[in-house]
Design a protein around this ligand. Structure first.
Ligand SMILES: [Zn+2]
Length: 545
C-alpha cells in the first residue's frame, strides 16, 4: 500500500514540522539560536567530542566544530545540559548552545553512536589499496570494477566506486541516468571520462545509499538536494559533497571528493612563476589589503587561496576563514563553515569574525554588495582579506565590484592583487615526445611572444620543437597527467588606484593595465607554458580562448 505509507509519512512530517516550530518559538523566548538537525548534514567525527553516555544523559549533540569552537544542540537547558556545557568551557572550548527538538538530538545520536554506523566505519577503514591492486592508474582496470559493483550490496558498491575514483585521482563522480542504464563518469584532471554503465537497479540501490549517508530526503526525487558525508580511506578522511538533480530519466547525482588532509602544494608547483609568483608572494605578506582570486568553477581558485594561506606565518598572525564548505583542513588556521539556514552567511559571518581580532581573513566568495563592502572596509582597517570572485578575467573584476555597488573610494585603496586563473592539463612525462614545430604553430606563437615583449616582459626565443604526447598506460591513454594553472596576475599600483578613484572609463583603465602593468594574459601565460613543454596549444585554446 504505497499510498497509505506515503500518507502516513506526510502526516508524520506535518507533526514534526509543528514540533520544530514550537521549539523554534521557545528558542526565541530564551533568546538563543534554534537548530534543526533533522535536515542538516552531520559529520560523524563530531561524535568524538562528547562521550556517548554523557551526550545521551544530557540530551545534547555537537553539530559544528572548528578547532576549539563548538556549536552544541540541546533539547532542554536543564541542569545536566548546563553542567556539561560548563565543563566543555572549562576544557577550553568556546561553546555556543542552540535549542533543538528531542527528535533532532535523537537523530544526531543515531548517526553518531548507533551500532550501524560504528560497524560501517569499521568496514571502511578495512578497505585498503591492495583490494583494488592494479586498478591504481588505469581506467581500463575500472571496467573490472563494474562486475564487482553489479554483484555487491549497495554499500559495498559505493565503496568500490569511491576507491576507484580516489585511486584515479578523480575530483568528481557523475551518475547520469539514461533510458536503459546509468552512465558513470569520473572527472580526471578537469576532464569528464565515461568509465562504465551500471543497471538502473544497481543505481537505485546506490543513490539511496548516497542519499542516506548525506542526509538527503530519500523519498524526494523531484527537487535538487545538496548534502555531504565523509569516508575514510587509508586513514585519510575524504569529504564528499553530494548534489542531486531531477532529470528526464531519473535523479542524476554528482559527488565531489575532497581530501581533507591533502598536503600543501607550493605556488611554483601550481604553475605560478616569474613576476606573477613574486607579486603573489609579496601581496600575501602585506599587513592589510585585498587579494582576489577569480575564475569559473573548477579553475583551481580554492587551491590557490589555500596555498596562499599556508604561506602565512600562523604563529605570528591570526588567520580565520569563512568557507562554504570547508574543503581542506588547514593547520594553525581557524576555519568556520557558513550555514545559510542559520543565517550565518558570508556577510554576517564576516562581521562576526572581525570581532575575533584576526590579521588575515579568507572569505570563500564575494557574492553580494554587503560582503564586498565589509571585506573592502576590513582591508582598509588593518586586515589582509583574501577572497574569490566569479569573473572570467582580472580586468573584469573591477567593473564587477563597481556594478555590485562598491564605492570607488573604498575599492581603489583596498585592492592589491587580482589573480585570474584556469587549469590546463599537463603533458604526460612518460609518453611525451618532441616534434618539429609547424608553420601555423610558429606564427601563432610568434604573435603571442611579440605581444609579451611589447609589454616589456622578457619572452623566450621561438622554439624549433614542441612537445606532444600520444598516450600510454600511465596516463589512461590521454597523453595528459595532472594539471597546472595558467594565470593573469594584476598588481595594483598608485596610478591604477587613482584611475579607479577618479571613475575613469573602463577602456582607459584597460589600456593602462595592458601597457603599464606588465601583466600576462591567460593566453600569454599559457603559450609560455607550451614553449616550456608543460602543455599543448590545444589545451590553452580549450580553456583560454
Ligand atoms: Zn602517458
Amino acid at each position: 500500500m504505497p499510498d497509505q505509507t506515503k500518507l502516513a509519512g506526510g502526516v508524520k512530517a506535518l507533526q514534526q514540522e509543528a514540533k520544530e516550530k514550537a521549539v523554534q518559538n521557545k528558542a526565541k523566548e530564551l533568546d538563543i539560536p534554534y537548530v534543526n538537525l533533522l535536515t542538516m548534514p552531520l559529520n560523524p567525527d563530531l561524535s568524538k567530542v562528547i562521550p556517548k553516555e554523557v551526550a545521551e544523559a544530557a540530551g545534547v549533540a555537537v553539530f559544528f566544530q572548528s578547532g576549539k569552537k563548538l556549536r552544541v544542540a540541546a533539547a532542554d537547558l536543564d541542569e545536566k545540559a548546563q553542567a556539561l556545557i560548563e565543563k566543555l568551557r572549562k576544557d577550553g572550548y568556546w561553546a555556543e548552545v542552540s535549542l533543538a527538538s528531542e527528535e533532532s538530538i535523537r537523530a544526531a545520536h543515531k548517526i553518531y553512536f548507533s551500532k550501524q554506523y560504528q560497524e560501517k566505519e569499521k568496514v571502511e577503514t578495512e578497505f585498503r589499496e591492495e583490494d583494488l591492486g592494479s586498478f591504481a592508474e588505469e581506467i581500463a582496470g575500472i571496467q573490472e570494477l563494474k562486475t564487482k559493483i553489479e554483484a555487491a550490496s549497495s554499500d559495498a558498491a559505493l565503496k568500490y566506486i569511491q576507491v576507484g575514483a580516489y585511486k584515479t585521482h578523480s575530483s568528481d563522480i557523475h551518475f547520469q541516468p539514461e533510458e536503459k542504464m546509468v552512465l558513470v563518469r569520473f572527472r580526471i584532471d578537469g576532464v569528464l571520462k565515461s568509465v562504465f554503465e551500471i543497471t538502473r537497479k544497481t543505481y537505485d540501490g546506490l543513490i539511496k545509499e548516497i542519499k542516506y549517508l548525506s542526509h538527503l530526503k530519500l523519498n524526494i526525487t523531484n527537487i535538487p538536494q545538496d548534502g555531504q558525508y565523509s569516508f575514510i580511506l587509508n586513514k585519510r578522511q575524504i569529504n564528499v559533497r553530494v548534489s542531486t538533480l531531477p532529470t528526464h530519466y531519473g535523479e542524476a547525482c554528482v559527488m565531489r571528493l575532497l581530501d581533507s588532509q591533502r598536503s600543501a602544494i607550493p605556488l611554483e608547483e601550481l604553475g605560478f612563476e616569474g613576476e606573477s609568483l613574486k607579486n603573489i608572494q609579496g601581496a600575501v605578506q602585506l599587513t592589510h589589503g585585498m587579494i582576489l582570486v577569480t575564475g569559473p568553477t573548477g579553475s583551481g581558485k580554492t587551491t590557490t587561496l589555500y596555498t596562499m594561506l599556508q604561506s602565512i606565518d600562523t604563529q605570528a598572525k591570526k588567520v580565520i576563514t569563512l568557507e562554504d564548505p570547508i574543503e581542506y583542513n588547514l593547520p594553525g588556521i581557524s576555519q568556520s563553515q557558513i550555514d545559510e539556514d542559520q543565517e550565518y552567511d558570508f556577510a554576517s559571518g564576516l562581521r562576526a569574525i572581525l570581532r575575533q581580532d584576526p590579521n588575515v581573513i579568507m572569505v570563500g566568495e564575494i557574492r553580494d554588495l554587503e560582503t564586498a563592502e565589509t571585506a573592502a572596509q576590513a582591508s582598509l582597517t588593518g586586515h589582509l582579506v583574501l577572497s574569490t570572485l566569479h569573473t572570467n578575467s582580472a580586468l573584469e573584476s573591477i567593473p564587477r565590484l563597481i556594478n555590485m555597488g562598491v564605492k570607488s573610494f573604498i575599492l581603489a585603496p583596498s585592492l592589491d592583487l587580482i589573480v585570474a586563473q584556469r587549469l590546463v592539463r599537463k603533458l604526460c612525462p612518460d609518453c611525451m615526445e618532441s616534434k618539429p614545430i609547424s608553420e601555423s604553430e610558429k606564427s601563432h606563437i610568434a604573435e603571442v611572444l611579440e605581444k609579451i615583449r611589447a609589454k616589456g616582459i622578457e619572452a623566450p626565443v621561438m622554439p624549433t620543437e614542441l612537445k606532444s604526447a600520444k598516450g600510454c598506460d600511465k596516463c589512461s591513454h590521454t597523453g595528459y597527467k595532472g594539471q597546472v594553472a595558467i594565470a593573469e596576475v594584476l598588481r595594483f599600483d598608485q596610478l591604477l588606484r587613482n584611475m579607479i578613484l577618479e571613475n575613469k572609463p573602463m577602456p582607459e583603465i584597460y589600456d593602462y593595465i595592458s601597457k603599464q602593468c606588465k601583466m600576462l594574459t591567460l593566453k600569454e601565460d599559457g603559450v609560455l607554458k607550451v614553449v616550456s613543454g608543460l602543455t599543448t596549444l590545444d589545451e590553452v585554446e580549450r580553456v583560454a580562448k
